[in-house]
Design a protein around this ligand. Structure first.
Ligand code: MTE
Length: 353
């Protein structure tokens, strides 16, 4: 009887959960979709799988194991086996290995924003197979001593591949925890030797109407353009990612390479990069062009500066929806304040949002 009751409760929860997930409303014709506040999330925080494995190796995992079983931990460590492996070493950089439990691969690869393939979260996984990633090259131009067009294979040799487990906070109010594989953007920047006048870096992503059906929509002015200040781009946490979960990047997540800037809203992390341009002027980004009052150039994660149409104080963690689900509190700079706060010393973050 007990098992039956538990089963029924479980099924009811699933029904509510799916209902919650489909309750997504479009609140503007030009802005992001925004989930309704009734979306359900768990607040549970777990040790990261690698942290746990380190503790296991050191024989100190007793307490952690009470909450998260050994078999569970080992399963999380396993490669998903969907794509070719991409070797890396765990990063030793401060802040590069968060302790939150990584989002299940399935969630990270089926709930995506990649508007070049449509605005629905399920569009990228359905449609991105048309993206042609071979051959691929990246044009590096502008105020640098060594401009170059570099093919992907060579670019992958420009830095030592590291695994980094970062939080990803979308401006829409949801978050994930993703083990990326890549190297610091700073490695690339040093190679091409920026000229003294280079103050900003512009990132341009692929825009091919033949393979990207989303380009028919005018939701933004294609190609998708993003930008960083030079010191932000040089910060060691700014990652040029070629893979995730120990494998090459899935197309829906921005194959074959993308940017990951963990302390900024997810839209600052452009997918499928084709051009990196060094400039003396602050780039005008696609989202700024589309809705300047809503999406600023900086877009640092900040629970104290609300989006004009919704609060940024909390977030729901994808993949951790559950019975006692509650929203998590959003952290200043997405929890990377110790590492990056200095970059913004003295700046009015309400003005430079
Ligand atoms: N890059 C491109 N080229 N096109 C996009 O639509 N969406 C951004 C960002 N990079 C986007 C993009 C947004 S809004 C987010 S939240 C992240 O990618 C999502 O990354 P993920 O789908 O891998 O979680």
């Amino acid at each position: 009887l007990c098992a039956k009751v538990i089963g029924t409760v479980h099924n009811l929860c699933k029904v509510f959960l799916n209902w919650g997930r489909t309750m997504i409303i479009r609140t503007s014709s030009s802005g992001f979709l925004h989930p309704v506040p009734s979306d359900i999330t768990s607040q549970a925080a777990y040790q990261s799988r690698r942290d746990l494995m380190r503790q296991l190796a050191a024989g100190s995992a007793g307490l952690a194991l009470a909450g998260w079983g050994l078999r569970d931990a080992q399963a999380q460590m396993a490669r998903p086996g969907q794509l070719p492996p991409l070797a890396s070493v765990p990063s030793k950089l401060a802040g590069a290995m968060v302790l939150d439990k990584p989002t299940p691969y399935k969630d990270a690869t089926t709930y995506n924003n990649f508007y070049e393939f449509g605005t629905d979260k399920a569009d990228p996984v359905k449609r991105a197979h048309t993206l042609k990633t071979d051959p691929w090259s990246v044009e590096i131009e502008g105020l640098v001593k060594k401009p170059a067009r570099v093919n992907l294979e060579d670019l992958m040799q420009w830095g030592a591949m590291e695994e980094r487990i970062y939080r990803l906070r979308c401006v829409e109010g949801w978050s994930m925890v993703i083990p990326w594989v890549g190297y610091s953007m700073a490695d690339l920047i040093r190679r091409v030797e920026p000229l003294p006048g280079a103050k900003f870096v512009e990132f341009v992503t692929q825009a091919d109407p033949k393979t990207m059906p989303g380009l028919r929509s005018s939701v933004i002015d294609w190609p998708y353009v993003e930008g960083l200040r030079m010191d932000e781009a040089m910060h060691p946490l700014t990652l040029l990612a070629f893979g995730m979960y120990g494998e090459v990047m899935p197309k829906q997540n921005g194959a074959p390479l993308r940017l990951v800037v963990p302390w900024k809203y997810g839209f600052k992390s452009g997918k499928s990069l084709v051009k990196i341009r060094f400039t003396d002027k602050q780039p005008v980004t696609s989202w700024e062009k589309s809705a300047p009052q809503e999406y600023g150039f900086y877009s640092n994660v900040n629970p104290n500066v609300d989006h004009p149409r919704w609060s940024q104080a909390t977030e729901r963690r994808i993949g951790e929806d559950g019975l006692l689900a509650k929203k998590r509190k959003t952290l200043m700079f997405n929890g990377y304040e110790a590492q990056v706060g200095q970059l913004y010393a003295g700046m009015d973050l309400k003005k430079f949002f």
